[in-house]
Ligand binder design. Structure first.
Ligand code: HEC
Length: 125
């Protein structure tokens, strides 16, 4: 399988997991069911995080999304997604950690956010 990237078990194989271990742990526990080990999602249901133009366009929006979920239609790499995403984490720190992980996993080169960058995001559920 081409999906042999690992999460935490052998961090040496996954530089993003070595750099953001808490983020990798959260990804494996919460995001993987929909966005998959590969970060490619499921066509017509769950959008990709690997190489996502939507993610790279606004990193702070991604942090807000894992804190509050999202229900709007979105276009990711030219495809439209309409399913809602439930909120995933309860703290700004976990949200930043997991987004920093996905910004750098699977060959993504998305940089990173600091906790100070996102502390004005309100948790609204
Ligand atoms: C129950 C399935 C599910 C889970 C679990 C889930 N997501 Fe999502 N995700 C979605 C769906 C559906 C969308 C599109 C939402 C919309 O259209 O409002 C989405 C969209 C996104 C997007 C923006 C679109 C893109 O592809 O760039 C990001 C970023 C994202 N999710 C990150 C995460 C992270 C990080 C986690 C784990 C902390 C996670 N998601 C967990 C289903 C899920």
């Amino acid at each position: 399988m081409a999906t042999s990237l690992s999460f935490g078990s052998t961090p040496g194989d996954d530089p993003a997991a070595a750099k953001y271990p808490n983020g990798a742990k959260i990804y494996a526990a919460k995001c993987i069911a929909c966005h998959q080990v590969s970060g490619m999602g499921i066509p017509n249901a769950f959008p990709p995080l690997k190489g996502s133009d939507y993610l790279m366009a606004d990193k702070k929006r991604a942090v807000e999304q894992v804190l509050n979920g999202s229900q709007e239609e979105m276009i990711v790499n030219g495809a439209t997604y309409v399913l809602p995403m439930p909120f995933q984490v309860d703290t700004h720190k976990d949200a930043v950690d997991v987004i920093n992980y996905v910004l750098n996993a699977w060959g993504n080169n998305g940089g990173s956010l600091k906790l100070e960058d996102v502390k004005d995001i309100k948790i609204v559920r």
